[in-house]
Write a protein that binds this ligand. Structure first.
Ligand SMILES: *Cc1c(COP(=O)(O)O)cnc(C)c1O
Length: 550
């Protein structure tokens, strides 16, 4: 492939930098006078530069609106057939126009200049950037756990960017801090009444949320660690998690001085759920050695298979051996809204000591929005407080409990609450429930459709528990071959090739990966509420169109 690209570029004249043409239908030109201005002629350097600033910003917003339109453009259902019909429509219905990194860096002008660029150039820069971005909100983008572009949440993110404040003190973020308190309390109530009087914080991602759980658990059991360090714990701490967990759990062991050898992987069953009897066996084994088991992570919605560990059985074991129970519901947490799907998947979650829940995954809040919740109040502050004198003075005008900055291991904290709050206002708790049920319904539709074509689609799990649908696409020549390890090996080699074809066509994106002994397979995610049954049909038709001859 890259050799091919090289030969091509040897023949062609040097590539011209893209100026954003062909992106959207808006006129990208600022009025001539304003286009020539620079940053010195708008706010904040030009005190009364409202008019110039307004024209510039409105142009940028026009471009953003075009991007949004493209994001939801299915090309009138002709996306796939549209190919080669001429340049004008070439972008319609596409998720991306793939370029290799070398080609992309030739097309983009990314240099940061010594001299100012004018406003027209900045507008063009915005257009070029959007033109070459992957439309992760497109209904045919099934590639990641975070899909979709919620418009209200995006409006919230725009406001957040404009308010541009830091979440560490009430002093500078009064509205957002109160908002955070209300929303976090509501989320804890949804987890269960045992969490109502607990504590929560928004963290930069589920990985860091899991780290907060680990830190709080260790602090709860070994309060001397904070001051005295490693030597205050007489023995080897051990944590447990299933072999299907998110890798960030293992990363806690590496980051916090346990070592990954002491993050014990508990085997899971054929559907990817932790086997509780194995957990108990491994706890007893380590205790016999004189080690100190202290932390168990149960995953609610594993990253690849979407499996839910059986919380009640795991909670019993944690109770018996006095271990901290953390539930990593970063992915599956959204189902807490759903009366239909919450049980049995998340049954028992109220027995956990801490819960990670990412609104930026199933709930579709814009990146980034991740929360960590604790049953016990006061732990976060006691664990992480450093009492920086220049920020968290105790003699302030107001109740300093509202300063959240000393509860976290960061200093400044991005405002991730507004976009979630506004989104929640827009649809109500009821709306989130409907959204969750709809995503599950669409996934069930996909499973049903694939079962109708068993020669073309081989499902890894016949009844997925979440919106992860794992499957192999079977090309024509392999359809008569009986399914087995030999065939899986071949399919495992073809899967990345088919993914490559998808990227080149730009009409579909589905992720793939191997899992333990299982060779590469596709993992489809439906977490974009804009997806319809016809998009699932498109997905299957595209796989067939692009892959039947492999
Ligand atoms: C995505 C995910 C994480 C990590 O969340 P980030 O926000 O990407 O850091 C942790 N656990 C599970 C189960 C996840 O699916």
């Amino acid at each position: 492939m890259s050799r091919c690209a090289k030969e091509d570029s040897a023949k062609k004249p040097p590539p011209v930098k893209d100026d954003g043409k062909g992106f959207g239908n808006v006129d990208k030109e600022l009025s001539e006078a304003i286009g020539k201005l620079t940053y010195k002629d708008i706010l904040p350097l030009k005190e009364k530069g409202y008019e110039e600033t307004h024209e510039f910003l409105m142009k940028v917003i026009d471009l953003l609106f075009e991007y949004m339109k493209e994001t939801y453009d299915r090309g009138d259902g002709v996306g796939a057939k549209d190919e080669g019909k001429g340049k004008v429509n070439a972008r319609r219905g596409k998720i991306l126009e793939f370029l290799h990194p070398e080609e992309m860096s030739q097309v983009l002008d990314l240099e940061v200049p010594d001299k100012p660029k004018n406003l027209q150039q900045l507008v063009n820069d915005c257009a070029v950037t959007l033109k070459h971005s992957v439309k992760t909100g497109h209904p045919w983008f099934f590639n990641q756990l975070s899909c979709g572009l919620d418009i209200v949440s995006m409006a919230g993110e725009w406001l957040t960017a404009t308010a541009n404040t830091n979440m560490f003190t009430y002093e500078i973020a009064p509205v957002f801090i109160l908002m955070e308190n209300v929303v976090m309390k509501r989320m804890r109530e949804i987890i269960g009444s045992s969490f109502s009087n607990g504590d929560s914080i928004l963290a930069p991602g589920g990985s860091i949320s899991n780290l907060y759980a680990f830190l709080a658990a260790r602090h709860r059991m070994f309060p001397g660690y904070k001051e005295k360090g490693l030597h205050s714990i007489k023995g080897q701490l051990v944590m447990y998690t299933s072999d299907q967990c998110h890798y960030s759990v293992r990363s806690c062991a590496a980051v916090c001085g346990l070592g990954t050898d002491h993050c014990v992987e508990v085997p899971s069953d054929s559907r990817g759920r932790m086997i509780p009897s194995e957990l108990e066996r491994l706890i007893v084994e380590r205790k016999k050695r004189g080690d100190i088991p202290f932390f168990v992570n149960a995953t609610s919605g594993t990253t690849v298979l979407g499996a839910f560990d059986p919380i009640p059985e795991i909670a019993d074991i944690c109770q018996k051996y006095k271990l901290w129970l953390h539930v990593d519901a970063a992915w599956g947490g959204g189902l807490l809204f759903s009366k239909k799907y919450r049980h049995p998947r998340l049954t028992g979650i109220e027995r956990a000591d801490s819960v990670t829940w990412n609104p930026h995954k199933l709930m579709g809040t814009l990146l980034q929005c991740s929360t960590i919740h604790f049953k016990e109040d006061g732990l976060l502050i006691s664990c992480n407080q450093m009492s920086a004198e220049y920020l968290f003075m105790q003699d302030k005008l107001y109740d300093v409990q509202y300063d959240t900055g000393d509860k976290v291991i960061q200093c400044g904290r991005h405002n991730d609450i507004f976009k979630l709050w506004l989104m929640w206002r827009s649809k109500g708790t009821e709306g989130f429930e409907k959204q969750m049920d709809r995503l599950m319904e669409l996934s069930e539709y996909m499973v049903k459709r694939m079962k109708e074509s068993p020669d073309k689609f081989h499902l890894l799990l016949p009844e997925p528990e979440l919106v992860n649908v794992s499957f192999w696409y079977v090309p024509k020549r392999l359809r008569s071959m009986p399914h087995g390890p030999e065939k899986e090996k071949i399919l495992g080699k073809l899967t990345p090739v088919l993914k490559g074809r998808m990227m080149q066509a730009g009409t579909l994106m589905v992720g793939y990966q191997p899992l333990d002994e299982t060779p590469n397979f596709f993992r489809n995610i439906i977490s974009n509420p804009g997806v319809k049954e016809s998009d699932v049909d498109h997905l299957m038709a595209e796989l067939d169109r692009l892959g039947h001859d492999l």
